[in-house]
Ligand binder design. Sequence first.
Ligand code: TRP
Length: 369
Amino acid sequence: MNTTAQAVAPTAPSSAFADPLGMSAAQDRSAVLEELILKNPGHFRVLTGDRPTGRLHLGHYFGTLHNRVRLQNLGVEMYVIIADYQVLTDRDIADNLTEHVEELVLDYLAIGVNPARSTIFTHSAVPALNQLLLPFLSLVSVADLERNPTVKDEIAHSRQSTVSGLMFTYPAHQAADILFCKANLVPVGKDQLPHLELTRTIARRFNDRYSAGSAVFPRPDALLSNAPLLLGTDGGKMSKSRGNAITLAADADETARLIKGAKTDSERHIAYDPASRPEVSSLLLLAALCQNRTPEQIASDIGSAGAAALKKTVTEAVNEYLAPIRARRSEYANDRTYLREILREGNERANAVADKTLAEVRAAMNSRY
Ligand code: TRP
């Protein structure tokens, strides 16, 4: 930590420069929240979700999915949104949407999301949620939308030649995802922190403007995952679109092939050193996560046996860990009727909650006729 900078400029929070997303505050808060969750899981309602753009992979799994199931099993109420409208932020058409939505449901069921306890639903099937976007947009300035670092980054990487209005406004829509069910806890990675900050701003402004005294909306907290980042097999960020990800749905052979082709380095001795040996270290981490050991332990087992031995260890660890998840996944995959049923029920529940919240919003805004 740079204590000198703080000593020189005690009034200018160094976080504004070194930590533009407000990571360290969110990390401190998350530690406090973890304790509160253990003490009183029933106090929390979680909203979390994904864009239906492809199958989920190990980066998602150890980054967030695993944690969702943990929270659910602790007794936290959970809503899982399949954000189908959000797919259209950076592309013209959401390709294979029905298939991707069903694949997500399959992934959720396979990892242990229990539809009797958690509500799985899609954006586009919940009109009242989407209607919240209108009053919410009136509560944010164009400047609020324009300075969002995650949106800026997505624009920089977008394949579109123009930037759509949805790209700038989807964080306000995401606030509707979170607030329609009055979620007070949102497990996120750091890229989602700006959206959560906007959600908190919208909740506060709505309450100030329309419901002095009795708050319509809670100000939800981010629960930052402390899971370390896994790299893709090419050493870059693990991503659905880069072909460098091991999906939950992949079979054991495909997993072996992907790991066999993974980038390593030329040093024969295997050691955990994320700064100077990122690829080898990420593989060690993956095996460690699967075996509930430390990457250092795995490294010392392999010692000087080289990259081939490392890959063999990682392949076995991943395939063993994923075997029951994959078995459940293929069982559910044979029952599309059941999948549709889960979505229908989830959408029904989400609609009931959204209708109720919208009614409150309209009452607060004097627009019930
Ligand atoms: N933006 C998230 C992503 O890209 C998906 C998402 C949509 C989401 N709505 C949400 C996440 C609400 C958390 C809360 O992965």
